[in-house]
Design a protein around this ligand. Structure first.
Ligand SMILES: [Fe+2]
Length: 433
């Protein structure tokens, strides 16, 4: 049997006492036993947990191991074995305990259309070994393979079936830099639209055809991510919080599954979020989600707001802002350019900061960055490089560096910090110049 661990290993959903370990075996038809190990060292001399999981064909031979009883804020190493073959080893890290004041180092990535380039940015992200990696959506794109691209994605057709989505994730994971980023740190991913279909909302047109497609897409997403919960009844519980001591509450949002004409989040998710925003005792309330959050007026011949983003739900956005006096941070993606700005309420009070990551690879639209900056005084930064966010939240401040590469059409681009911002809880200040 050839080595079945071609899609790599991953971990995610860190808690103070545990993480989820993930792998998916390839080349198998029947169910198989998979041994797993967690060690204190990367040579696996001090194995402290081990067990056996079952890889089932019904779940594409994916394995999700819930490891418990670990120490808080601690690095661990893990690997799998099956049929005499060993997986690569991964490094993970638990969250700190509930009273910890330790800073948290994170990275955030989004928008990685395979045909648009190489995942060089992920190699640099992996080298940073952050405490946690957030993915802000568009992990895959469902589109058919284009006539021209930097590289060829599989399958050739638009993905609409379980087999199609599974093959698309496998194609993305053929990239060693993406596998390295998963093996370097625990992930907390959220999705946007392209994990299912361009610009879908909620239950789409409500047809059986769309709901079957959505269920297939959600199942394939689960099968390729280190998530704590399985899909059920065609849905998947995605909104959740991951808390890092008294420093940061990362609230991962689902802006697609429950979306309707008058709501981005749906009533239940909004109630959950409002309650937590108001009650959390931590220093930083961080929304981890895909869509541009603050107002972005785009001037031009047809002046407009982009209604696909939060500008399409200003009432719901206002309710969220009313729940937070200050110290709000929003991490966003989706627009394929980098932005940073202040979050200002309708009454003119600055309550936080938004950082928008550009894209790992996805091509930018033709955007008049300077024109949009001039038309929106609360927006303070625009940049068109591919890259990711690298940040630190601490008791004193919240820092975000925009990390960028100069090209993705060829391998090997170095990374550099394009700009760095800091906030104490009421707007941003540039610190790299
Ligand atoms: Fe995207």
């Amino acid at each position: 049997m050839p080595n079945p661990f071609t899609l790599g290993v991953a971990s995610g959903e860190p808690l103070p006492d545990g993480v989820i370990l993930w792998t998916r075996l390839t080349g198998l038809s029947r169910a198989a036993d998979v041994q797993w190990q967690v060690a204190e060292d990367d040579r696996f001399a001090k194995v402290i947990r081990q067990g056996v999981a079952r890889a089932q064909p019904a779940w594409a031979h994916s394995v999700h191991v819930k490891v418990e009883g670990l120490r808080a804020a601690t690095d661990y190493f893990y690997r799998f074995r099956s049929g005499g073959e060993l997986s690569p080893a991964g490094r993970t890290r638990t969250a700190p305990g509930p009273t910890s004041t330790q800073p948290v180092r994170f990275a955030a990535a989004n928008c990685q259309r395979f045909e648009h380039g190489w995942y060089t940015a992920y190699r640099h992200l992996a080298d940073e070994r952050p405490d946690v990696v957030f993915h802000l959506g568009d992990y895959i794109y469902e589109y058919a393979r284009p006539a021209h691209g930097v590289r060829r994605v599989d399958p050739a057709d638009e993905t609409t079936t379980l087999a199609g989505y599974r093959a698309r994730y496998a194609s993305y994971r053929s990239d060693p830099d993406l596998r390295a980023a998963h093996a370097a740190a625990p992930w907390v991913p959220v999705w946007d639209d392209h994990e299912v279909m361009d610009n879908y909302h909620g239950r789409g047109d409500g047809s059986d055809r769309f709901l079957r497609r959505r269920a297939a897409a959600y199942q394939a997403y689960y099968e390729h991510m280190p998530l704590r919960v399985r899909p059920r009844d065609g849905g998947l519980q995605m909104y959740r919080r991951r808390t890092y001591g008294v420093i940061a509450d990362f609230m991962a949002l689902d802006v697609r599954q429950f979306r309707g004409p008058a709501t981005m989040l749906g009533a239940e998710q909004e109630a959950w979020l409002l309650a937590r925003l108001a009650a959390t005792p931590v220093r930083w309330r961080v929304l981890v989600q895909s869509l541009f959050f603050t107002r972005r007026f785009v001037p031009g011949p047809a002046p407009n707001l982009r209604k696909e983003s939060w500008d399409g739900q200003p009432e719901q956005r206002a309710r969220l802002l009313a729940a937070v006096p200050q110290n709000l941070v929003v991490l966003s993606g989706d627009v394929h350019n980098a932005w940073a700005g202040d979050i200002v309420t309708g009454a003119g009070v600055t309550v936080g900061a938004e950082f928008v990551g550009s894209a790992i690879t996805s091509n930018p639209p033709v955007t008049d960055g300077p024109g949009v900056l001039a038309a929106n005084p609360h927006l303070r930064y625009f940049d068109a490089h591919r890259g990711y966010l690298s940040g630190t939240a601490s008791a004193t401040d919240f820092r975000v560096a925009f990390r960028g590469v100069d090209h993705v059409d060829r391998k090997g681009a170095p990374v550099r910090t394009l700009a760095e911002f800091v906030t104490e809880g009421r707007g941003i200040r540039r610190v790299d110049v």
